[in-house]
Design a protein around this ligand. Sequence first.
Ligand SMILES: Nc1ncnc2c1ncn2[C@@H]1O[C@H](COP(=O)(O)OP(=O)(O)OP(=O)(O)O)[C@@H](O)[C@H]1O
Ligand SMILES: [Mg+2]
Length: 223
Amino acid sequence: MSVLLSINSLSKEFKTEKGLIKVLDDINLEISAGESVSITGPSGSGKSTLLGICAGLEDPSSGTVNLCGELISSISETARSELRLKHVGFIFQSFQLIPSLSALENVTTPAEIAGNKDARSAAQALLDKVGLDDRMHHYPNQLSGGEQQRVALARAFINNPQILFADEPTGNLDAENSADMEDLIFELNEEQQTTLLIVTHDMEMAAKTSRIIKLKGGKIDVD
Ligand SMILES: Nc1ncnc2c1ncn2[C@@H]1O[C@H](COP(=O)(O)OP(=O)(O)OP(=O)(O)O)[C@@H](O)[C@H]1O
Ligand SMILES: [Mg+2]
């Protein structure tokens, strides 16, 4: 199987008042196309940081990230945005929906930017799929946390990404909604053959992925 994401000698440090903290320490990882992988680890272990770097949203302190055939740590920000738009879906821990846009507009926008002439109907179909057909014209502040998370899921899938990065996609949901969200992610993954990299504390969800990676002390914990 072809390698879709390859991380080599990746380190990330942050400057803080107490000095330099090393959050990721010489990480190596390869993920093949079609694989589903979960990342677990204690709060503060660097899961969100790792996900952001893999998706080209954040720069590493050292090391390289190869995503969808591009060395993203060394291409321009414009080229990176283009790569993300075409090939990457991202669900943020805090959703990051655009507050001034309705649910439908939030989902439609990335498809319009990508030049999809059927952006609106594609967005409607996805919102329908995540159970928000009667909420399309509502704004994020009119939606519950779980509903916003489902809009974020629809937005992440609108451009048929090769890879979905999801940061605790069930973190704000109750057991029932959480199970629905899981089903949706794995269903969309199956339908669109999307590679998955999911940060989660939910061991049931992690168990459904083909590989579990544990982050601890800046390293991948092999037990
Ligand atoms: N911009 C930043 N500046 C300084 N420190 C940062 C910055 N971003 C993250 N950190 C620190 O890096 C560490 C890892 O943060 P990160 O958000 O990746 O953890 P996490 O594993 O996702 O935690 P959680 O499970 O709580 O979401 C934390 O100690 C955090 O305080
Ligand atoms: Mg996090």
